[in-house]
Design a protein around this ligand. Structure first.
Ligand code: ASP
Length: 399
């Protein structure tokens, strides 16, 4: 099994590289074959809802007692919030130093662009609570589903032992069969990523990157600094593992994140890799990873802060320290509220732009490179989740 996974990672890596060339040189074909990449994403997505629900439920109900839940819950929450905050601070630091867009000529006509729907703080708060769980399930609204799964599982901890066991076994069986299905779908990864990358390159070209290179490079530089320094150091000290060793264990999940630009779609792969290769307990992986895929997005948070500062720069607005603190707080929340799907970060950005008085229309300026940045930030999001799972696993097993 180990051998097979190892082989799959290498093939996936080659598929990404070949996909880049294919999309660049055979544009029409790549655009026409989009459906193959879409089928792969749909297959992964098909697993998300039942997997998230069942894995969170059994992770909580399977705990020895309520104290263990408190301990995993608090640790996961603290880890997520602190690394996200560190990511935003780093983003703001880097963007203030490099100052991308300060000499940019605003030539684009914004009057005809579509404005994304704005997101307000009350929408954000309400998005956690389902009014009808079946509605959330059928519409794939992950945040309310997680909220519901957690409180449902906690309530199940209080019922009679045999009834509790029945519920546990029921969801455990669902979870196990979905994990088997996940393994099958994971085998299709090289084919899926090849067509996804080819389509992205064929559709967007690489010209926008040249045009917005200072912004693009600022985001990439900050993302990599966060991934290798901040998270690397945290992993080394708290997880007691060399970041490079860990990277090579989980890289398959990062490649899937890169090509799908979706933390949620990557979730089945992350869970599989975490349990099988990173040797993380089922109960930790089953709770920490779905939660992380939904609310822990270091890459997104960091990117939001840089993008907003860039937009301020190109529109000639100087942001004060207080406004930058507002960005810090809002970017942290926006990343928690962003769904794990492509482009979610861009939509949440309207909330931050609004809070510092910038028009959401300016998003049109950065939209052209967004898919590429999305691929990088999603990989960092998933890397952050997997590091969180490893550290929490380590902390739980020590106590
Ligand atoms: N695509 C990202 C994710 O799924 C979210 C974002 O747009 O930043 O993690």
């Amino acid at each position: 099994m180990k051998k097979k996974l190892l082989k799959l990672e290498n093939i996936t890596f080659i598929a990404i590289i070949l996909g880049l060339f294919f999309g660049y040189f055979f544009k029409d074909l790549a655009l026409n074959l989009k459906v193959i990449g879409d089928i792969y994403i749909s297959l992964l997505k098909m697993l998300i809802i039942p997997l998230v629900f069942a894995s969170i439920f059994i992770a909580i109900v399977g705990l020895k007692n309520k104290n263990e839940l408190k301990s995993i819950g608090i640790k996961a929450f603290l880890y997520y919030i602190s690394t996200t905050a560190l990511a935003v601070i780093l983003g703001l630091l880097v963007v203030n130093i490099i100052n991308p867009g300060s000499n940019y000529e605003l030539t684009k006509d914004l009057t005809h662009t579509i404005t994304p729907k704005e997101v307000s703080i009350s929408d954000f708060l309400l998005s956690f609570i389902p009014t009808n769980i079946f509605n959330s399930l059928s519409n794939g609204k992950i945040l309310p589903i997680i909220f519901f799964a957690i409180i449902f599982a906690i309530s199940a901890m209080f019922i009679e032992k045999n009834k509790k066991e029945f519920l546990y076994n029921f969801f455990d069986s669902i979870n196990d069969s979905f994990m088997i299905l996940a393994k099958w779908i994971i085998n299709l990864t090289p084919i899926g990523v090849f067509f996804l990358i080819a389509f992205t390159v064929a559709k967007n070209g690489i010209e926008p990157i040249m045009e917005l290179y200072s912004y693009f490079l600022t985001v990439i530089l900050a993302l990599f600094t966060h991934a290798f320094f901040t998270l690397g150091i945290i992993l080394y000290f708290f997880g007691k593992i060399n970041p490079f060793t860990y990277f090579s264990q989980v890289k398959e999940a990062l490649m899937v994140a890169f090509s799908t630009a979706s933390s949620s779609a990557t979730l089945p792969v992350s869970i599989e890799i975490a349990e099988l290769k990173a040797k993380i307990d089922k109960k930790v992986a089953g709770f920490v990873l779905p939660l992380g895929a939904t609310i822990n997005m270091d890459g997104t948070a960091l990117y939001e802060s840089i993008a907003v500062m860039f937009i301020a720069n190109i529109s000639g607005v100087e942001l004060s320290l207080t406004q930058q603190i507002t960005i810090f707080i809002m970017a942290t929340f926006a990343s928690i509220g962003a769904a794990g799907i492509p482009g979610a970060g861009l939509i949440m950005m309207t909330m931050i732009l609004d809070s510092v008085g910038l028009s959401a229309e300016y998003i049109a300026l950065i939209i052209t490179v967004d898919r590429f940045l999305d691929m990088f930030r999603t990989s960092i999001n998933v890397w952050g989740d997997l590091i969180g799972a490893k550290i929490i696993n380590q902390l739980i097993n020590k106590t």
